[in-house]
Design a protein around this ligand. Structure first.
Ligand code: GAL
Length: 843
C-alpha cells in the first residue's frame, strides 16, 4: 500500500515544467554553539501534529465469524458504497459512527492486545503435520494469535474526535507510525485504506470526509491472524497515531532530505505540494538552528509557483561555519526549519532534525565515524518488553537504549523490521548507530514500497548508518537473489546516496548477493570471516548477528523441566557462539567493523534452546525481558567500556551443596583478580584481554570476594554473600519526576532483601503494587522465561530476587504519585514520584 491520499490526482514532480530551484547561502558569522543532545521543541504553527493516542475503545472481533466481528464480512464487502454513512452497514456495524462502543474497554495507545492474552499451548494445532509445528507456536511466544485463534486475533479500535469549523480549507490526515497488522481504517464510515505491513508507517487523507465543527469517528480493524516473523510481534495499534493539519500548500510527509557533510556543506531537497485548485506563488525559507535553538545560518529563501494539485522538488545547498559534528560522545543535532509563505503569510513550518557527520565502511579499517575508526559494539533487538509487549512507550524506549549504552553498546540493529520512529529519534539524541532494516527482501511492488517508506522516513537520522535489505534470505546465495538485491539497492541509492546497503547472511558467502551489497553482514559463522576477507579483500565485513549465549538470569545450572540455562557464558545454539569467543575474535581484527550480538534484550518467542512449552521467551539477551542485566552484560561492559569493572558470579546461596565444587567466574578488565572464600585466598588469576577468569571453589556459606588489581594496585572489590531468608523489599524508580502527559512512564525495580539488606538471589515472593496519585501500572514482569503470569496486572512474583512494574502517568493530572510494593511476610517499600508539566498536543 502506498499512501491513502489523493496522490493519483497530483501531477508528477519531475518534468521540464517543474521548478528545480537551487540556491546557496553563506554561513552566519557566529561560531556554532556548544553541543547539546536534546534540541529544544520548535513551534510548528501553523502546521499541527496532534496525538491521537487517547480516548480509544477496544474490543476483540473475530477472524472468521462476521456475527462475532461486528458484522464485518457479513455482506461480503470490505468497501462501503461510497457515500452516505447509512451505507456503512455494508462494512460492519462497528464501522458506523453511531455504533455504541460504551461496553468496549477504554485504552490508550500504544496498545498491544497480544500481551493481555493468556499463554496457550495448543498441541492439537499441527496443520502441516510436521514435527516443528510446536516450534512455530513457540516462536511466537505461545500467545493465542494466528489463524487457529480466530476469536483473539482481530481487534477493533474506535475513537471519536472533534474538528473545529476553523479547519475548513486545511488538509487533514491521520498518520499511523505502524500497526500490527493488516489495518483497515474507516473514518466517518468511509473505508479509507488498508495497510498489510505490521511495521511500515502509513497515512490516510481525511480532508474530503471530515465533519468540521463536529465529531468524527475513527475506526480501525486490526487483523493479527497472520504474522510476518518468527518471533513475538504483538497485535494492535502498538505505535503512535497522529492527526496532521496543514495548509493546502505544504511540505508533504518526509518531504525534506538534508545531506550534511562533515565540512558543514548542506544539500537540502525539499518537496512541496499544492493540494488545492488554486495555483500558488510561494516563498520557501530555510533556517538552521543549532542544538540550543540558535540560528546558525542566514535564512535561505527561494520563490516559485506551484500549480494546482502539483508537487515540486527544490534543491538547495548551504554551508555551515564551524559545524559541530554529531558523534557518539556528543550527539549534536541541528534542526532545519522549512517555512513556506504564500501571499506573504507563513502557511507551513516543517522541522527536520539532522546531524553533521561522515560515515564510511572500509575493508581494511572497518567502520569510520567522522574519519575515525569506531568498532561497532552492537546489539540486535526486537521491539518487545516485559509488561507491554510491542507497545513500548517512548520513555521506556529511551530507558532500554540507556541500559544498552550502560553496557558499552554503541550500535543497534532493528531486527528484522522498520523500528518505531521514536526509537531512531532516541538513538540520534543518545549517540547510537543504527542498522535500519526492511522487513522483506523482495523486489515486488509492495516490498519496494515498504523499503521506500523506510528510507524516506529515516534518511535524515544521523544515527542510521546502514540500510539492511534482508536477513538470512533463502535466495542470498543465488543469481536470482542477486537480481532482487540489485533492484532493492537501486531504489535505496536513488533515495539516499549517502549510506551503504548491507544484508545479514548466514550462507552463500561469496555468491549471490555478495557482490551486490556494499557491506557483508555475517550472521554468526565468524570463523568464516578470515577466509572471506582473504578472498574478497575489497568488501567490508561486519557481524550482523553474533555471539548469542543462551542464559537465564540468576540461574547457574541447566534445568530442562523449568527450561532454564546457566548464566555462565557457556551455552549457545550450534550456529552461534559465546560472548567471549565472538568478542575476542572481533576485537582482534581491525579490518572488521565489529558487530551486533544476538540479542541485547530477551524477547518473547523463540525460546531457544527449548522451543517447547512451557518456555515462552528467548534466552539470548545480555539483559532479560525487563532489562535486568544477566552476567554477560558485565562481560560486555568490561570490554566495551574503558572504566575498571569487576563482576563476580554466581550468587553464594548454595544450601545443600556444602563442600561441592562451584564454578566462580569474574568478568573484569583489571590486570589480575584474586578470589577469597571467607577470607581465604582461592588463587590469583591474570586476566587475558577479552576473557573471563574462573576458579573452582568448594561451597561453604559466607562470602566470596574478588579483588581486582591494576598496575599492581588494588582498585576494586566485589563480593557475593550468602543471604538469609527474604525479609524486605526495596523499590526504586528510574527517575523521580515524570511528565503529566499520559504517556510518560517510570520503570520500577523491586529487589527482595534479607534482614541485613542483602539481595536474596532465589527469592520468588509475590509482589503487589499499590498506587496513590496520578498514575497506573500498565505492565509487570520479572524476566522469567518460563513464567505464564499475566503481564497486565498489579502483581508479579519476583524471579531470582527481582521484578518490575511500569507505571504511566495520566494526562493532565499532576501531583505526588506514591507507589508501594508489598509481599506477604516482607517489609513493604514505597517510592514517591513527582508528576508535573509535560503537555502533549492531543485531540
Ligand atoms: C537467526 C535469525 C534471528 C534469530 C536467531 C536465533 O538465524 O536471523 O532472527 O532467529 O537466528 O538464533
Amino acid at each position: 500500500m502506498v499512501e491513502f491520499s489523493r496522490r493519483q490526482a497530483l501531477a508528477a514532480t519531475a518534468g521540464a515544467a517543474a521548478l528545480a530551484a537551487a540556491s546557496s547561502a553563506s554561513a552566519a558569522a557566529k561560531p556554532a554553539a556548544a553541543a547539546t543532545p536534546t534540541p529544544p521543541a520548535i513551534d510548528l504553527a501553523p502546521r499541527e501534529r496532534l496525538s491521537l493516542d487517547f480516548g480509544w475503545r477496544f474490543a476483540l472481533g473475530h477472524a472468521q465469524d462476521p456475527a462475532r466481528d461486528f458484522g464485518f464480512g457479513a455482506n461480503q464487502r470490505t468497501y462501503a458504497k461510497a457515500g452516505a454513512s447509512a451505507a456503512n452497514w455494508w462494512v460492519a456495524g462497528a464501522a458506523q459512527p453511531a455504533f455504541d462502543d460504551s461496553a468496549w474497554a477504554p485504552v490508550t495507545l500504544p496498545h498491544d492486545w497480544g500481551v493481555t492474552l493468556p499463554f496457550v499451548d495448543n498441541p492439537s494445532y499441527a496443520p502441516s503435520g510436521k514435527p516443528d509445528d510446536e516450534d512455530l507456536r513457540a516462536a511466537h511466544g505461545y500467545k493465542p494469535l494466528g489463524r487457529e485463534f480466530p476469536d483473539t486475533s482481530v481487534g477493533w479500535y474506535r475513537k471519536t474526535f472533534a474538528l473545529p469549523a476553523a479547519d475548513a480549507g486545511k488538509r487533514l490526515s491521520i498518520e499511523f507510525d505502524g500497526a500490527f497488522r493488516d489495518a483497515l481504517v474507516i473514518v466517518n464510515g468511509y473505508v479509507l485504506g488498508q495497510e498489510d505491513s505490521g511495521y511500515s508507517p502509513f497515512r490516510v487523507d481525511i480532508t474530503d470526509i471530515t465533519n468540521l465543527g463536529g465529531d468524527n469517528s475513527l475506526v480501525v480493524r486490526v487483523d493479527a491472524s497472520l504474522g510476518e516473523g518468527w518471533f513475538y510481534e504483538g497485535a494492535g495499534l502498538y505505535r503512535h497515531v497522529w492527526l496532521v493539519k496543514t495548509a493546502p500548500v505544504h511540505v508533504p510527509r518526509w518531504g525534506v532530505f538534508v545531506r550534511a557533510r562533515l565540512d558543514g556543506t548542506l544539500s537540502i531537497d525539499t518537496d512541496l505540494i499544492n493540494e488545492s485548485d488554486t495555483p500558488a506563488a510561494y516563498e520557501v525559507a530555510q533556517t538552521v538552528l543549532d542544538g540550543q535553538g540558535k540560528p546558525v545560518l542566514t535564512p535561505m529563501a527561494v520563490q516559485g509557483r506551484l500549480p494546482a494539485w502539483e508537487r515540486q522538488s527544490l534543491s538547495q545547498t548551504a554551508q555551515l561555519a564551524s559545524p559541530v559534528p554529531w558523534s557518539l560522545e556528543t550527539p549534536h543535532l541541528y534542526s532545519l526549519v522549512t517555512e513556506i509563505k504564500v501571499g506573504g503569510a507563513v502557511v507551513d513550518r516543517f522541522v527536520t532534525p539532522f546531524g553533521v557527520r561522515s560515515i564510511a565502511f572500509d575493508a581494511d579499517k572497518g567502520f569510520l565515524l567522522n574519519g575515525r575508526a569506531v568498532k561497532l559494539k552492537g546489539t540486535c533487538n526486537h521491539q518487545d518488553h516485559a509488561g507491554v509487549g510491542a507497545a513500548i512507550p517512548d520513555a521506556l524506549q529511551v530507558w532500554r537504549l540507556e541500559q544498552l549504552k550502560s553496557m558499552g553498546c554503541n550500535a543497534y540493529r532493528a531486527a528484522h523490521n522498520p523500528p518505531t520512529p521514536e526509537l531512531l529519534d532516541a538513538c540520534d539524541r543518545l549517540g547510537l548507530l543504527v542498522i535500519d532494516e526492511t522487513r522483506q527482501m523482495s523486489s515486488d511492488e509492495t516490498s519496494l514500497d515498504e523499503l521506500e517508506r523506510l528510507v524516506r522516513r529515516d534518511r535524515n537520522h544521523p544515527s542510521v548508518i546502514l540500510w539492511s535489505i534482508g536477513n538470512e534470505e533463502p535466495q542470498q546465495g543465488t543469481a536470482r537473489g542477486a537480481k532482487v538485491a540489485r533492484t532493492m539497492k537501486r531504489l535505496v541509492n536513488r533515495l539516499d546516496p549517502t549510506r551503504l546497503v548491507t544484508a545479514a547472511m548466514d550462507s552463500g558467502f561469496g555468491e549471490g548477493i555478495t557482490e551486490v551489497i556494499d557491506v557483508i553482514g555475517f550472521n554468526y559463522r565468524h570463523e568464516k570471516m578470515d577466509d572471506f576477507h582473504a578472498r574478497f579483500p575489497h568488501i567490508p565485513i561486519i557481524g550482523t548477528e553474533s555471539a548469542s549465549t543462551v542464559a537465564t538470569r540468576g540461574e547457574y545450572a541447566r534445568d530442562d523441566a523449568k527450561s532454564y540455562v546457566p548464566a555462565y557464558d557457556t551455552e549457545h545454539p550450534w550456529w552461534a557462539t559465546t560472548a567471549e569467543k565472538w568478542w575476542s575474535h572481533a576485537a582482534d581484527r581491525p579490518w572488521m567493523g565489529g558487530g551486533f550480538i544476538w540479542t541485547g534484550f530477551d524477547y518473547r518467542g523463540e525460546p531457544t534452546p527449548f522451543n517447547r512449552w512451557p518456555s515462552i521467551s528467548s534466552h539470548f539477551g545480555a539483559l532479560d525481558t525487563c532489562g535486568f542485566p544477566k552476567d554477560n552484560y558485565f562481560y560486555y561492559r568490561a570490554w566495551w567500556r574503558s572504566e575498571p569493572l569487576l563482576h563476580l558470579l554466581p550468587h553464594w546461596n548454595w544450601e545443600g551443596r556444602e563442600g561441592q565444587q562451584v564454578a566462580v567466574w569474574a568478568h573484569s578488565n583489571c590486570d589480575r583478580v584474586e578470589l577469597f572464600l571467607n577470607g581465604k585466598s582461592q588463587g590469583v588469576r591474570d586476566v587475558v584481554r577479552n576473557h573471563h577468569v574462573e576458579w573452582s571453589v568448594p561451597y561453604a556459606p559466607g562470602v566470596i570476594e574478588a579483588h581486582g588489581y591494576k598496575g599492581g594496585k588494588l582498585i576494586l572489590r566485589e563480593r557475593r554473600e550468602t543471604a538469609g531468608p527474604a525479609a524486605a523489599l526495596r523499590l526504586t524508580a528510574d527517575r523521580p519526576r515524570l511528565a503529566a502527559d499520559g504517556q510518560d512512564v517510570a520503570i520500577l525495580k523491586v529487589e527482595v532483601l534479607d534482614a541485613k539488606g542483602r539481595p536474596v538471589p532465589r527469592a520468588d515472593a509475590l509482589v503487589s503494587f499499590a498506587l496513590a496519585g496520578p498514575g497506573q501500572v500498565i505492565g509487570v514482569g520479572n524476566g522469567n522465561p518460563t513464567s505464564h503470569e499475566p503481564d497486565v496486572a498489579s502483581q508479579r512474583k519476583a524471579f531470582n530476587g527481582l521484578c518490575q512494574a511500569i507505571v504511566r502517568t495520566r494526562r493532565g493530572e499532576v501531583g505526588e504519585l506514591r507507589v508501594t510494593a508489598s509481599a506477604p511476610g516482607l517489609k513493604a517499600a514505597s517510592v514517591s514520584l513527582r508528576v508535573e508539566g509535560g503537555r502533549l498536543a492531543t485531540v
